[in-house]
Structures are given as structure tokens and as C-alpha cells.
Ligand binder design. Structure first.
Ligand SMILES: CC(C)(COP(=O)(O)OP(=O)(O)OC[C@H]1O[C@@H](n2cnc3c(N)ncnc32)[C@H](O)[C@@H]1OP(=O)(O)O)[C@@H](O)C(=O)NCCC(=O)NCCS
Length: 166
């Protein structure tokens, strides 16, 4: 049996269609009952628009990485070296592993990769938001995140904020 090596690399413009599809799938898996059904359905119906948005933002989103297994995108992480929510902190905006690949250490692998890069920039704080009701809140607590409060996301969803001292 051949074991495939996971690879982390920067997202490319050619990833946009595959990534838009993966984002629509994982949002529908993760946020059913948390985010409005209409919004989730819209993601599935408008993958082309999402792909165009991803293409346009490629130069603005420098730290956007995908995790591939045998050339298939199975996860991704997007972070910035600053945050409008917390001073002197980097922020992870997006961290997802496709449902069928969860629980194999890939989420932690992407998190560790981001933390290594952020530390190299001599940034010692990191924040992550997670929608209330998402079981992934416990993932961030498990990784050592400290709950520091919440705010409204898209004007109606409660997003919990976790702070990591790196
Ligand atoms: C959250 C997510 C990124 C974690 O990735 P993963 O590959 O499934 O998790 P890993 O296998 O890397 O787990 C790493 C550690 O976290 C723990 N863990 C994973 N998910 C957890 C959860 N929901 N609650 C508590 N602990 C969790 C694991 O047990 C493991 O612990 P260990 O290192 O002590 O053995 C992934 O499950 C996911 O994409 N979930 C749906 C989307 C989502 O909610 N993303 C976050 C948006 S804010």
C-alpha cells in the first residue's frame, strides 16, 4: 500500500474552482442549524461567483495555504499577521478540513504550520474566532486557546474569540 504524503502549499489561482466547491461543502457540513439555510444553499448554488472572488483576492491574501493529499485539496488555512479585533495579534480567519479527512491530525498540522510562520515574524499573539454552537470551539480550547469574549459576525451570529499566547 502506498501512503500519500500531505503537502502544505500556497493556494494558486488554478485552485479556485476546487476550493470554492470545498468551501461550499464544508460550510454546509459545519454550519447546518447554525447559519441560515438560505445562505448555505447560496454557497452551493453560487460556486462560480465564489471561485471568481477567490481568484480576485489571490494577491491580497498572501497567507492562504492548502493541504493536499495526492493533489486533492483536503484542507486549508488563511491567516493575517494582524487583526482588527486584537492589538499586536495575528488572526486565523479560516481553518477547515474536509469532513471525511477530519480527526487525522491535519487540522493541527495546518495550525502548527501557521503558528511557526507567525512566530518567525516575532508575533506572540494569535486570535481565532469560532461561531457559537460549532463543536470546533472545543478544538481551539484543546489547542490552548483562551476565550476572551465574543462579537457579532455578519450582524447576527455570535462568534467566540480565542487568544493564543505563542
Ligand atoms: C476543527 C478542525 C479544523 C480540526 O481538524 P482535524 O483534522 O479534525 O483535527 P486534528 O485531527 O488535527 O485534531 C488535533 C487535536 O485536536 C483534538 N480535536 C479535534 N477536533 C476536536 C473537537 N471538535 N473538540 C475537541 N478536540 C478536538 C483531537 O482530538 C486532537 O487531539 P490530540 O492532538 O490531543 O490527539 C476540523 O475538524 C474541521 O475542519 N472542522 C469543521 C470546520 C470548522 O469548524 N472549522 C473551524 C472554523 S472556526
Amino acid at each position: 500500500m502506498i501512503f500519500m504524503e500531505p503537502i502544505i502549499r500556497k493556494r494558486k489561482i488554478e485552485d479556485s474552482n476546487e476550493l470554492a466547491h470545498a468551501i461550499a461543502l464544508i460550510w454546509n457540513d459545519t454550519y447546518k442549524g447554525i447559519v441560515d439555510d438560505d445562505f448555505l444553499k447560496g454557497l452551493l448554488d453560487n460556486e462560480k461567483t465564489s471561485a471568481e472572488r477567490l481568484k480576485k483576492s489571490i494577491n491580497d491574501q498572501q497567507d492562504y495555504y492548502v493541504l493536499t493529499l495526492d493533489d486533492k485539496i483536503i484542507g486549508w488555512i488563511y491567516y493575517t499577521l494582524d487583526s482588527d479585533k486584537y492589538e499586536d495579534a495575528a488572526e486565523i480567519h479560516s481553518l477547515y478540513i474536509l469532513k471525511e479527512y477530519q480527526g487525522n491530525g491535519y487540522g493541527k498540522m495546518l495550525y502548527d504550520y501557521a503558528v511557526k510562520n507567525i512566530r518567525q515574524k516575532e508575533i506572540q499573539k494569535l486570535i481565532i474566532g469560532c461561531l457559537d454552537g460549532n463543536p470546533s470551539n472545543d478544538f481551539y480550547k484543546h489547542l490552548g486557546g483562551k476565550y476572551i469574549g465574543n462579537h457579532l459576525f455578519r450582524e447576527k451570529y455570535i462568534e467566540n474569540i480565542y487568544l493564543f499566547e505563542l
